[in-house]
Design a protein. Structure first.
Length: 73
């Protein structure tokens, strides 16, 4: 990016037992909500609070895909 930003990338092969996928998605959604600023403290910030939060945080984008392997083994 040329702006000194920390960039992280990974590709993981995951295995889920029956029922684990729903738990994984729930936990991942909670983690994403926490970092997206959707906690109770920041869900509806005042204009002053929003400005203060914006000046202290650096915005990143996350692209994520989770899909089943359909290749027969």
């Amino acid at each position: 990016a040329g702006n000194g930003a920390q960039i992280f990338g990974t590709v993981e092969e995951l295995y889920f037992a029956p029922g684990q996928l729903a738990d994984f998605k729930e936990r991942l959604a909670a983690l994403l909500a926490e970092y997206a600023g959707c906690t109770e403290e920041t869900a509806a910030p005042t204009a002053a609070t929003a400005l203060a939060l914006e000046s202290k945080r650096e915005r990143y984008w996350l692209a994520l895909a989770l899909y089943p392997d359909t290749i027969e083994k």
